[in-house]
Design a protein around this ligand. Structure first.
Ligand code: C2E
Ligand code: CA
Ligand code: CA
Ligand code: CA
Length: 286
């Protein structure tokens, strides 16, 4: 279509178009090479964003959020390379690396927790792309098997980048994960076209309300109505509900009034380097 439009717009336009396509293709090949190298060398860092009990501000879980430590470019945010990784079929090794890194980190943090504290959890993003690839799923299962007992403190956040084709296989897999004590949540809930159908077709423990609804729920009655509906639905279906992107007290208050118990957002903390999480482990519940 782009080619057709370029041609229709005249000779010059076509030339411009050709050279920009050439640049784009070159950029892409270069980006792909850089990304493959990054994966081979594990040039990534995991940041952790506290997920807290909204009433007490106590740390419940930490969401692992990847950054690419790209030579000469500093820390590249995930939105700038995760979609490319998914497109190139490279997301599985990335997600597996995060899973292993964050699980090791979790074990270290649990050692620091007071004896009687409920064990910290860790939330891991799992691209739905991986669920469609049998080879990736088998690898994921192997990684989880080797992790042993730390598994029971993992929460998988399934992000819908592509439609989950094999619902039967996903169901079987999630049930096995749940038997290991893991929790499965649907991420970015409300934004994907199939969120609702997944909710009743897959064994799911909870949902994360997307930031786009939480932002502005204190000023936009339509957003508030959507959040209220999601929380109500989750309560009816007996699912946990976690809000993301909480930036102010009004949003926190409204969410608590609706009966949402857990959340994350800049109001509490941004994603933090691992060494800043221990300060959260012994916070006073008051
Ligand atoms: P997400 O899973 O929806 O993660 C939440 C994003 O919202 C994070 O962006 C976080 O920094 C940001 N955020 C949290 N609280 C606030 C807030 O109060 N205000 C605003 N404006 N933003 C907030 P981040 O770290 O850039 O990650 C972006 C997305 O990249 C994630 O969205 C997730 O879909 C994806 N991602 C990150 N790490 C991984 C990973 O290891 N594997 C996969 N497959 N995807 C990942
Ligand atoms: Ca997430
Ligand atoms: Ca989100
Ligand atoms: Ca997302």
């Amino acid at each position: 279509i782009a080619m057709y439009q370029a041609k229709a717009s005249g000779g010059n336009g076509c030339e411009l178009f050709d050279s920009s396509i050439h640049h784009q293709a070159k950029d892409r090949i270069q980006q792909e090479q850089e990304l493959r190298r990054a994966i081979a060398q594990a040039d990534f860092q995991v940041y952790y964003q506290p997920i807290v009990d909204l009433a007490t501000r106590q740390l419940v879980s930490a969401e692992a959020l990847i950054r690419w430590q790209k030579p000469g470019s500093g820390l590249v945010p995930p939105d700038e390379f995760i979609p490319l990784a998914e497109e190139l079929g490279l997301i599985a090794p990335i997600d597996q690396w995060v899973l292993q890194t964050a699980s090791r980190q979790l074990q270290a943090w649990q050692q620091l927790q007071p004896e009687n504290a409920p064990p910290l959890k860790i939330s891991i993003n799992l691209s739905s792309q991986q669920i469609n690839q049998n080879a990736s799923l088998n690898e994921l299962e192997t990684v989880l098997q080797t992790l042993g007992s730390v598994r029971q403190h993992l929460r998988l956040e399934v992000t819908e980048s592509v439609f989950i084709k094999n619902i039967d296989r996903a169901t079987e897999l999630f049930q096995r994960f749940q038997a290991w004590g893991m929790q499965i949540c649907l991420d970015d809930f409300g934004t994907g076209y199939s969120s609702l159908s997944y909710l009743h077709r897959l064994p799911i423990d909870g949902v994360k309300i997307d930031r786009s609804f939480v932002a502005g729920m204190d000023s936009d009655p339509n957003k508030l109505a959507i959040v209220r509906a999601i929380v109500g639905l989750c309560h009816t279906l007996n699912k946990a509900v976690i809000a993301e992107g909480i930036e102010n007290h009004a949003q926190r208050r409204l969410l608590m009034d609706l009966g949402c118990q857990q959340g994350q957002g800049y109001l509490f903390a941004p994603p933090l380097p691992a060494d800043q999480i221990p300060a959260w482990l012994d916070t006073d519940p008051a």
